[in-house]
Design a protein around this ligand. Structure first.
Ligand SMILES: Cc1cc2nc3c(=O)[nH]c(=O)nc-3n(C[C@H](O)[C@H](O)[C@H](O)COP(=O)(O)O)c2cc1C
Length: 269
């Protein structure tokens, strides 16, 4: 039986490489780009360095063919075992977007009331009830009640922050829960392909983790055609940005790098 293309790639034997391939002059078409130390950032690097999350979009819709291009770039994302554990739902219907926003805001109101004890008078019944709930939630999923999402959720509940930021297009990334290994990692990669493809068209994007709230609703799962095997993992809001977001660079902490070379270990960063 003939091999599939992906099988053929996976079983390619590195031992078969000959000396000429390892040490010889690179074929000019695949020769590496010579980048001297201190050289300016190139176009691809600059796109990554200047990307920002956009939370204010123009009303103008993004042409459908650009969304198709972004999803075509998404198709070429690496994934564990090439399992590509995702599919997409593209929402461009303004009425549906408003309804999705309203549903998620309502969920944030309910969750805030249930767990954000800081919004209750200290010592009141509501305060203690919410504290108990928060402890319970924390035991189930310690990351969920991190102050950042809880603050954002509370702001959404009080109408000070939006879920989908009135973007004209929202791409829901639906994760196949049976994906190989850690499908969440593949979601991050495929989403990055979408975001960076959008950047190349000077479109603005924002990841929307709060889109997961849709999973809680049987009605929304049905409306969006989400079967049991799948769940909304993330969403990416897309549109034309207001202003010049790429000029607003933000501080990023450096991360420790352990560097092993010449029998030595150095800690950088
Ligand atoms: C997985 C993920 C989920 C996110 N969810 C939200 C969200 O629900 N709402 C939002 O406004 N921003 C969301 N963000 C955007 C982050 O807040 C943002 O990336 C971070 O503050 C850094 O800012 P920058 O993207 O402008 O560099 C999310 C980002 C990621 C990677």
């Amino acid at each position: 039986m003939s091999k599939t293309i992906s099988e053929a790639r996976i079983i390619e034997d590195p031992e078969e490489l000959d000396e000429e391939e390892l040490e010889g002059e690179a074929d000019p078409e695949s020769a590496p780009v010579e980048t001297p130390e201190g050289a300016d950032w190139n176009t691809v690097e600059r796109a990554f360095l200047t990307r920002r999350s956009i939370r204010k979009f123009k009303r103008k819709q993004v042409p459908a063919h650009l969304i198709h291009r972004m999803l075509e770039v998404a198709r070429f994302a690496p994934s564990q075992g090439n399992c590509q554990p995702y599919k997409f739902a593209v929402i461009r219907d303004p009425k549906l977007l408003v309804e999705m926003e309203e549903y998620c805001v309502d969920q944030c109101k309910q969750l805030t009331a249930a767990v954000n004890y800081t919004t209750y008078k200290k010592g009141s019944f509501g305060y203690y009830k919410a504290r108990v709930m928060a402890r319970l939630f924390n035991a189930i999923d310690p990351n969920m009640l991190h102050p950042v999402p809880v603050t954002a959720m509370t702001s959404i509940a009080h109408g000070k922050f939006m879920v989908f930021h009135r973007a004209p297009t929202v791409i829901l990334i639906l994760m196949d829960k049976h994906g190989i290994g850690v499908p969440e990692v593949d979601i991050g990669i495929v989403g990055t392909n979408i975001v960076m493809a959008a950047e190349s068209h000077r479109l603005g994007t924002c990841w929307i983790g709060f889109s997961k709230l849709l999973n809680k609703s049987k009605e929304w799962r049905e409306r969006l055609g989400i079967t049991d095997r799948f769940e909304v993992s993330e969403a990416i809001a897309v549109g034309y940005p207001v202003g010049k977001p790429w000029q607003n660079l933000i501080e990023r902490p450096t991360h420790e790098i352990a560097w092993f070379e010449d029998g030595e270990k150095q800690i950088l960063g």
